[in-house]
Design a protein around this ligand. Structure first.
Ligand SMILES: Cc1cc2nc3c(=O)[nH]c(=O)nc-3n(C[C@H](O)[C@H](O)[C@H](O)COP(=O)(O)OP(=O)(O)OC[C@H]3O[C@@H](n4cnc5c(N)ncnc54)[C@H](O)[C@@H]3O)c2cc1C
Length: 423
């Protein structure tokens, strides 16, 4: 049976960024939920993420933004620099004036810790060490599922917020597997004091030179540390191969140091300061566009990376996950006989899939921009991102990405559905 009222209970599989934000948004709307997270409470994936106004508006709406803002580094633009330290393009990641929020860079752990604290304060049940292994029945009134330790649970609605390798997705789209995008980022962390930064040089920056692109991204609230690294094409490896590479920090270090003399001095100073023991990499994976983000019964719904893992070059993976859950929570709270879940979810999915497609197009243009010079030269017009706003560097070009308020969008769909039900 299709839901025609807000669900009495929602099971959220995955207590990552999407899952926890959804739990907080549902709580504000008086919809009880339970979060099941495979990892233990003290697991730290490490690293930092950049969040743009479209996501910060969502985090603000659930009370997270105010609690994390002071633990983050605020910035507005990402500059593209050439080998002579000249700015060639400006990519807006945020702007209080244009979009209501500066962009932030925050350590993932800080963000997750704060969200978990808020979940606990609201007495939302969260079960760690709870790895979902199977969904044993889907509908008509409830979904039943099991965990690795043999526990069984059920709920009228299940949200799969369990990331790119989603087990929930596998229950109704078993053929979908993550695909390697053919690129990897090799990275490390250096101290700002170790860099030779030319006067007036704006950070964060992407340096484009003969060999490709090099990222210099300040992190920690005072910007004293920089995440640094380069993006390159790299052949696919099997799981054991990626694992071996992750452990081989010297090899990653040597790869990062290749063609050192081709980079401008600021990058060379970063390479000289790079500690071998902090080397890491990120093999960019995505998933193909899914035919549906909902199971046939409409009682299982995918959000975040489970629905649309996006390679990272435009920095929108988590940002899009926040958009998904903000709109979905609002819709669930408005379900009624005039606004049944199947119709509401269809509106949500159509809107979200179109937006993710646009983000993917932007991501491909950004990937092209970071290729070595010789490859960039072969690209057709429009394949490489460049700032096309009327006044270069004015930032308005990305309004489509940063302006939407997803709660308001959902309210609009609800009104449309009501009008369609009562012509
Ligand atoms: C190095 C790196 C840097 C990134 N930087 C950015 C950035 O700057 N900006 C940006 O927007 N995005 C960034 N991303 C992408 C972003 O991290 C993801 O898009 C985002 O985390 C997706 O959130 P999610 O909640 O959907 O999935 P996840 O964050 O993957 O969370 C899924 C959760 O589900 C749990 N889980 C998995 N399987 C099960 C199961 N069977 N049962 C129960 N629980 C399960 C996992 O343990 C995890 O906690 C970055 C990613 C990486 C790897």
């Amino acid at each position: 049976m299709v839901l025609t009222a807000p669900p009495a209970e929602v099971a959220i599989i995955g207590g990552g960024l999407a899952g926890l934000t959804l739990a907080l948004a549902l709580h504000d709307l008086n919809i009880p939920s339970t979060v099941y997270e495979a990892r233990s409470a003290d697991f730290d994936q490490g690293g930092g993420i950049m969040l743009s106004p479209n996501a910060l508006r969502v985090l603000d709406s659930v009370g997270v933004y105010k609690r994390v803002r002071d633990n983050s580094l605020q910035f507005d633009i990402l500059t593209f620099k050439d080998g002579q330290d000249q700015t060639t393009d400006v990519y807006y990641f945020g702007s209080e004036e244009l979009y209501g929020y500066h962009a932030i860079r925050i350590m993932r752990k800080e963000l997750l810790d704060e969200m978990r604290a808020m979940v606990r304060e609201r007495n939302i049940p969260i079960h760690f060490d709870s790895k979902l292994t199977a969904i044993t029945s889907d509908g008509p009134d409830k979904v039943e599922f099991t965990f690795a330790d043999g526990r069984v649970a059920s709920a009228p609605l299940v949200i799969g917020a369990d990331g790119i390798h989603s087990t929930v997705r596998g229950t109704f789209l078993p053929e979908v597997k993550p695909i390697y995008a053919g690129f990897m980022g090799i990275n490390s962390v250096v101290q700002r004091s170790q860099l030779r930064i030319p006067e007036g040089y704006s950070l964060p920056a992407t340096v484009l030179a003969k060999t490709g692109a090099f990222l210099l991204v300040p992190q920690k609230p005072d910007g004293s540390e920089l995440f640094i690294g380069s993006q390159r094409r790299f052949p696919a490896l099997d799981a054991a191969g990626w694992e071996a590479l992750r452990k081989d920090k010297q090899k990653l270090y040597d790869m990062l140091q290749e063609n050192k003399s081709d980079w401008p001095d600021i990058v060379q100073s970063a390479l000289e300061a790079t500690p071998v023991d902090r080397m890491g990499f990120w093999a960019f994976h995505g998933i193909p566009p899914l035919a549906s983000w909902l199971s046939e019964s409409k009682r299982i719904i995918l959000v975040g990376d489970a629905a649309h893992a996006i390679p990272p070059t435009a920095g929108q993976g988590a940002n899009q996950a926040f958009e998904d859950v903000r709109a979905l929570a609002t819709l669930l709270s408005k379900l009624s006989p005039e606004v049944p879940l199947d119709k509401a979810a269809a509106q949500w999915q159509t809107y979200r899939q179109a937006r993710v497609k646009k983000v993917l197009d932007l991501t491909n243009q950004m990937n092209a921009k970071r290729l070595p010079e010789s490859e960039r030269a072969k690209m057709p017009p429009g394949a490489i991102w460049s700032d096309q706003s009327l006044t270069r560097g004015e930032g308005g070009e990305l309004r489509w990405l940063y302006d939407p308020d997803l709660a308001q969008e959902a309210e609009k769909w609800v009104e449309e559905l009501k009008q369609a039900a009562n012509p």
